[in-house]
Design a protein around this ligand. Sequence first.
Ligand code: NI
Length: 122
Amino acid sequence: MEKLIRFGVSMEHSLLGQFDKLINKKGYTNRSEAIRDIVRDKLVEENIQTAIGEVYGALVYIYDHHKRELEKSLANLQHKHFHNIISTSHVHLDHDHCFEVILLKGKAGILKQIAEKLLSFK
Ligand code: NI
């Protein structure tokens, strides 16, 4: 195992209080372990965003199909990016709601743009 290096971190009292509550809820036994995981997550996220070559992803969401504009926006987005969409699964959950899973492949930056666009729909 690689050698651990100690370093000091300064933080507002209230922020540290919230952090302790969060890591306690997540089951961490100490702050160092939690900070290491957060740093690792951030690095993975950064690597994905700057990845060269193709990556794969999935978008999963539930929506109300009575909202015509929303349904139209979702269809337009998928047709616009058909090169990046491998498949779409649609399940009619109940009278109002639809559950969709879109599988994507392509450059990380493009997939991120598609995801952000989807999240921007009301
Ligand atoms: Ni449906």
